[in-house]
Ligand binder design. Structure first.
Ligand SMILES: Nc1ncnc2c1ncn2[C@@H]1O[C@H](COP(=O)(O)OP(=O)(O)OP(=O)(O)O)[C@@H](O)[C@H]1O
Length: 209
């Protein structure tokens, strides 16, 4: 008998409220290893809020979240879920290399990956040791993408990952997503632009039915 692998992440009747007003939900979805999900909805429909709930930055309103088949506990999956939102989570006075060393110290690094390699891969060669605050918006975004590339998280939560990126940066995001999913990772992505993803048909999570 084969035992089915549980989804990496599952949401059951998940809702979120602000001052008793519903922001989104109820949502029902499953995300398996190797799957990409696009979170779709108009401005203000709750896409960022959903990602912040999934990242543990906001409390679940109603419903349940499961991680690998068990009720989601932050202490069990903190190192496995990484959120990249409008705030990039970089320290401005430190260089990209220093930021990545801190991330590697906290979360570890994928096999064969280190800060120098990750920064090269995202096109930041020559900027490794500049303070992040002196980088352009797109370069800062690339430094944050290098962190994604380096740490061994299973689930990426990406809020508007294409923002501030030129066409090479957009292609880079797609390449990173394809590599992550091909390696058995999963990702939830919000984007107002078209996501050009060649790793299979993504799942769609619609904030409004
Ligand atoms: N910090 C906050 N305090 C109060 N209300 C908020 C806060 N952040 C968002 N909201 C409200 O929650 C709702 C959902 O916002 P959210 O940012 O999740 O939408 P979104 O779908 O990501 O929007 P967009 O496409 O514009 O990025 C909106 O009505 C918004 O006004």
């Amino acid at each position: 008998m084969t035992v089915a692998t549980p989804p990496l992440l599952a949401a059951s009747a998940l809702s979120f409220y602000r001052q008793d007003e519903p922001v989104f939900g109820p949502l029902q979805f499953e995300l398996h290893p190797g799957q990409l999900a696009l979170v779709e909805g108009d401005n203000g429909s709750g896409k960022t809020t959903l990602l912040r709930v999934l990242a543990g930055l906001l409390h679940v309103g109603e419903g349940e979240l499961f991680w690998r088949g068990e009720p989601l506990r932050r202490d069990h999956c903190a190192a496995e879920i990484v959120f990249l939102g409008h705030q990039l989570g970089l320290k401005g006075d430190l260089s990209p290399r220093e930021n990545l060393h801190i991330a590697a110290g906290l979360h570890g690094a994928r096999d064969g990956m280190d800060p120098a390699r990750a920064l090269l891969d995202v096109g930041l060669a020559g900027y490794e040791d500049e303070p992040v605050r002196r980088l352009s918006a797109g370069q800062k975004k690339r430094a944050a993408l290098a962190r994604l590339l380096m740490i061994p998280a299973a689930l990426w939560l990406l809020d508007e990952p294409y923002a501030n990126l030129d066409r090479h940066g957009i292609a880079l995001v797609n390449r990173l997503l394809e590599g992550h999913v091909a390696a058995g990772g999963a990702a939830l992505v919000t984007s107002h632009g078209a996501v050009s993803f060649h790793g299979g048909e993504p799942q769609r999570i619609r904030m409004h039915a």
